[in-house]
Design a protein around this ligand. Structure first.
Ligand code: NAP
Length: 253
């Protein structure tokens, strides 16, 4: 019988950044973790770190915006690790541009990965959670959900994920499933490094400038977000659902 600690978790976009830190953190909490990412070989590095530390992990290649790929990935996880009871919708991309320069492809790509991806993964996983009478869904929103210059697409997707989260909480609560959103502020990852490069700034200078406006006077690291996600995935958080937690070094909302 699966003990609560051994529950199977799926983390999308887990080859690097916040997703990788979350996969490692959930594994440290005793979860068996499916490391889902576009590129299976990139996910293997995270999975190998987990198995090297004595945990159970499986790297799965999957584009979360592709319905067939998602159905196959979730079926593979259920067959090889066990039915998923924890889902972290973390995969994400940026296609920043001011509105008048934003292409339809920039808009569609961001909507497809963040919103369609979270929808497809959640729809595929929920039946396993309903069968188990237990589930934990965590969606990655962002402080950009409140509006951010150059991110009309990303802000809309991240705000959309908050509405999606609250609706999941309402629909799935009676099956023992909670849904919450974690909304990070500035976290040092390849994503923010790419933003620094796009605006022509050295990444260290970019981080320092960001830290000056953050109450705790530092930018976040992936483990800061992983800790918040781990809380929502725990058995003890069963009465906390439909919430949005800003993990941003100070108040936003
Ligand atoms: P990251 O370092 O860029 O990592 C994102 C991961 O998602 C990459 O491994 C990427 O794979 C994967 N991915 C992209 N598209 C995918 C798809 N269609 N299917 C499966 N995997 C896909 O990003 P991060 O900074 O860790 O961000 C993680 C999440 O937190 C995102 O949802 C992001 O929007 C959110 N967030 C980040 C920050 C921040 O400051 N970093 C702040 C707020 C919210 P490839 O490498 O192959 O592209």
């Amino acid at each position: 019988m699966t003990t609560p600690e051994q529950r199977v978790a799926i983390v999308t976009g887990a080859a690097r950044g916040i997703g990788a830190a979350t996969a490692l953190r959930l594994a440290a909490d005793g979860r068996a973790v499916a490391v889902v990412d576009l590129d299976e070989s990139a996910g293997k590095e995270t999975a190998e770190k987990i198995t090297a530390a004595g945990g159970r992990a499986l790297a799965v290649g999957c584009d979360v915006s592709d319905a067939d790929a998602v159905a196959s990935a979730v079926a593979r996880v259920a067959a090889e690790l066990g039915p998923p009871q924890i889902l972290v919708n973390n995969a994400g991309v940026l296609r920043d541009n001011l509105l008048f320069k934003m292409s339809e492809a920039d808009w569609d790509t961001v909507m497809n990965v963040h919103l369609r991806g979270a929808f497809l993964m959640t729809r595929a996983c929920q039946k396993h959670m309903v069968d188990a009478g237990f589930g934990r869904i965590v969606n990655l929103s962002s402080s950009s959900a409140l509006g951010n210059r150059g991110q009309a697409n990303y802000a809309a997707a991240k705000a959309g994920l908050q509405g999606f989260t609250k609706t999941l909480a309402i629909e799935l609560g009676k099956f023992g499933i909670t849904a919450n959103a974690v909304a990070p502020g500035f976290i040092a990852t390849d994503m923010t490094a790419a933003t620094a490069a796009r605006v022509g700034m050295d990444f260290d200078d970019f981080k320092k400038a960001a830290a000056d406006s953050i109450p705790v006077r530092r930018v976040g690291v992936p483990a800061d977000v992983a800790g918040a996600i781990a809380y929502f995935t725990g058995d003890a958080a069963g009465f906390v659902s439909g919430q949005v937690l800003y993990v941003a070094g100070g108040p936003l909302d």
